[in-house]
Every structure is written in C-alpha cells, then in structure tokens.
Design a protein around this ligand. Structure first.
Ligand code: A3P
Length: 328
C-alpha cells in the first residue's frame, strides 16, 4: 500500500516538474515537447524518461540502440536483434523477426519506464543476458550507469532533410489526439530551431558522434545512408563491435548476407506482422515502413527551405567532421 502511494506521489512530482518547464508544439508523439536538460522531451515520454534516468541499472553486457526519431531505428533494432541473438536463432526461415515487429523485440527504455515501475524493474533484472534495449535520449542525458558501465551503444542518424520528412509523415498518421496542430511549414520552422521530440537534432547527433570518436569501443556511430549504400560493410562493423561469434564463423559472409536480407526494407514491409496492429498503442506498425529511401525530401522542400536547412547543417556541424549524403 505504502509502495503504491509512494509511486503516486513520485508521479505527481514528475508531472509538476513537467508543467513547470518551457513547452512548445513540435514533431513528436505529442502533443507537446518540454525543454528538459537541454533537450525537448515529448510529454508522452516525460515520466518514462525521468524513471529511466533514476531507476535503470545498466549491466556490462547490455547493448543499446540509440537514435534520433525517424533515423532508421526500426532497421537498426532488427539488425542488432538478429546479430546479438544469432546463436539462439540461427535459422533465417523461422526467425522471431518474421513473426514480431522489431519494436516488440527491442523495447525503448523511456517507454518501459512509463509503466508500473515495480513490475518493470523486476522484469528487467530477470531478463536473460545480453539484454538489448533502445533509447532516443541524447547522450548527455543517459543515466550514469550507462555511460560508466562497459555496455555498448549503437547509434544511427540520418540526413536532417529525410529525417524531417519521415517525422512529418509519421506525425500525420499517429492517432489524432497526438497529431500536431502544425502545418508542414510551421513544423519545419520549429525543426530548424531544434524544437522536435528529443531535439535539437544537431546536439543529439553530435553528442553520440563525439563519444564515438573518443570511445570507439563504447559507441558505434552509423548513418542511414551508409547502411543503405554498403550494408555488408556496415553490418560487419556491427558484428565486430559486438564481438559476435558470427565474425569467426567459416560462413560469416553468407550469414551477413542472410541478416541483411532478413532486415531488408521491402521484406519487412511485406511481412503480415508489420501490416497491422499498434506499437505503444499510438502508432500503426505499417507506419514504421514508409518509403525507406534517400532523397525523398526533394518531393517536399521548397528552394528556400533547402537553403535554410543546408545553412543550419553547415553551421551546426562545421568542424565536427560529421556530414551527410542527401541524394540517392
Ligand atoms: P521513411 O519515412 O523515409 O520511409 P525509425 O525507424 O527511426 O522510426 O525511422 C523510420 C524510417 O526508416 C522510415 O523512413 C522507414 O521507412 C525507414 N525504414 C524502416 N525500416 C527500414 C528498413 N528495414 N530498411 C530501410 N529503411 C527502413
């Protein structure tokens, strides 16, 4: 009884904190984003974020998929799940990915912690190792237990043009109560000012980018466009980063080809399991598989928008060594 009322009080305090923060409308699983620890946290995830920061204990064997929303999270979850569990599920004909959506196989910690805390903590500590989770939190807001343990983080980002379009299209399809009351142009202005769920996008990318340079054994930094263009090379990087036994297998090249094939956009989009049903009760599974292309932004952006976003990219990323391919 005391536990339940403690949790109720903690939740009320979290709610009060959220209400005290600067708030904006912005692309996210809405309706609002709140400025917290230098990033824009969606209301939907606020409680989960606080509880994740406070109560999650990383293990050295943990693996995390981290990303800015709409950068290829679903794809990376699929690839990482298959690689990490290859010994348990060596068959590609009868693989869990054929009957479960990647978001069901790899849960987001900010989502997990938005549910009954006691049950979640118990479930997490009972999970078999290595555990695999995902997060959209910026690197600087990850709990210390993650940054200080030997766990590994695989980050994916995508060129800001396509990321914006993907986020915009996604936002128009999630349950209406969460849809932004923003036009494409208004959402773009906010995005240019960094206001979107888990943004600003530039500090999100740079946080993980810088960490991947200073600690390459801790953070593997991937780009959506690179994975598209040379999946074999980059999937091998993931295999090596995770010290997966696949690297030592005699048939390692064939296994890597099979992994890529299993996680291919067209293949995943076509699976019955990804055609209907909801993720987190707000987004239909099929909305996670739209076009899967580089350069779709050309169908949406006016010349002045292209100029504006190009300038921001140049300004924000200059000197970092991080750049993007924006055409296919
Ligand atoms: P588009 O909206 O441009 O099609 P996230 O998974 O982070 O939400 O990102 C979603 C984007 O990744 C969508 O981009 C989606 O189509 C694309 N995507 C999903 N699965 C993919 C896969 N297996 N291969 C390539 N792209 C994929």
């Amino acid at each position: 009884m005391a536990l339940a009322s403690d949790h109720k009080q903690a939740n009320e305090e979290i709610n009060e904190l959220m209400l005290s923060l600067p708030k904006e409308m912005g692309l996210c699983a809405g309706p609002y984003v709140h400025l917290f620890q230098d990033f824009w946290c969606p209301s939907f995830y606020f409680q989960g974020v606080i509880n994740f920061q406070k109560h999650f204990h990383a293990k050295d064997s943990d693996v995390f998929v981290a990303s800015f929303p709409k950068s290829g999270t679903t794809w990376l979850k699929a690839l990482t799940f298959v690689i990490l569990n290859h010994q348990h599920f060596p068959s590609f004909e009868n693989h869990p990915l054929l009957s479960s959506n990647p978001h069901e196989l790899v849960s987001s910690l900010e989502f997990i912690f938005s549910h009954d805390l006691h049950d979640q903590i118990l479930n997490l500590s009972n999970m078999s190792e290595p555990r695999l989770f995902s997060t959209h939190l910026p690197f600087s807001s990850l709990p210390k237990t993650m940054t200080e343990s030997k766990c590994k983080i695989i980050y994916i980002c995508r060129n800001p043009f396509d990321t914006f379009v993907s986020a915009w299209e996604f936002s128009t399809k999630i349950k209406s109560v969460f849809s932004p009351a923003l036009t494409f142009e208004e959402a773009f202005e906010k995005y240019c000012n960094g206001i979107a769920g888990f943004g600003p996008w530039w500090s999100h990318m740079l946080g993980y980018w810088n960490e991947s340079i200073t600690k390459p054994d801790k953070v593997l930094f991937l780009k959506y466009e690179d994975l598209k263009e040379d999946a074999v090379f980059h999937v091998k990087r993931i295999v090596e980063f995770l010290d997966s036994p696949i690297a030592q297998e005699g048939e390692s090249s064939a296994v890597i080809e099979n992994i890529i094939n299993l996680c291919r956009f067209e293949k995943m989009k076509d699976l019955e399991v990804n055609k209907s049903g909801y993720i987190h009760n707000i987004a239909e599974k099929n909305n996670f598989f739209r076009k899967g292309k580089i350069g779709d932004w050309k169908n949406y952006f006016s010349p002045s928008m292209v100029e504006k976003l190009s300038k921001i990219i140049e300004e924000k990323l200059s000197g970092s060594g991080l750049s993007f391919k924006v055409h296919s």
